[in-house]
Design a protein around this ligand. Sequence first.
Ligand code: AKG
Length: 310
Amino acid sequence: MNLFSKVKEIALSESPLRRILNSLNRSRLRRLVKLGYQLAHPILVMRAYSVAKKVELPTELKPNLKQLQRDGYTEVNFLDHELMQALVNEAEVKLHEFRTVEKNYDKNKKTFWNRLFEKDISFTDESTFVRLAASEKVLSLIAKYFGSAPYLNSIFLSYSVPTNEPLKISQLWHCDQDDVNVLKLFIYCNDVDTESGPFHFLPKQESKKVNYGFLMRHYQDDFIYSQVDKDKVKVMTGKKYSCFMVDTGCCFHMGSRITNPKKSRLMFTATYSGLPPVYTNFNNRITLTNTAPSDIYQLALSPGSIRNTQ
Ligand SMILES: O=C(O)CCC(=O)C(=O)O
């Protein structure tokens, strides 16, 4: 799509201002967009900073923080095992339903990637997916990494399948541009080997070497490997229950390139951003039904009450 048709499409859309902000947010001007959002929510911003400052990171997580800061990723092995098991079981049920029941799934341009949560789904804090994504250790680690309490922007269950089509969208190299701070937690719900579309990424320092223009796009391998040594790519193969976090805002990444027609990948993803969130505009489809056990939890799931006091 050329620039003129993009501008025309935005101008004629239902909420052109929101579309303009979203587009600017995907450019090198996104720090300005974020600053605008922060200035519009000063109390929330201050609260998010002070909550993060008060967090005492458990000693066992300090190496994870160090690795995140240095490399932009860390392997996660501190999650509650029973909760992980419950999550994987529920993911398998969702997959079974997807295969057997016609539901209102969000069909999208990613033919290689099925969304297993229905379009109109909403969650409460009692959902296993939410409990895991908002577990205290995860939120504390991210708060220390961002230097500010995170917002749980979305939770997501994807089922990647082989196609015979050319690589597209997230099968190509890109960084997420949803926010200035973006961090993702990934959990494999089946064994993932090199043929089942593992997540690939370039650690932070390598990603910095990639010179792209004003607007982030999705790039073919040639473009990336002309600037970065291919050996530096991390290929996240792993058994069912493997879990890792990646700063997908600054680490170039891609995945779901399934090379064996008999294989597939079932993966849970939780996406966190700084507060206030730019991309989802406080709409993570999660409601708190119980009293939040901590400020960090409240901010991650439902910062609306704080926002509304401004
Ligand atoms: O399917 C994959 O492994 C890539 C996922 C991705 O690009 C993302 O979650 O940002």
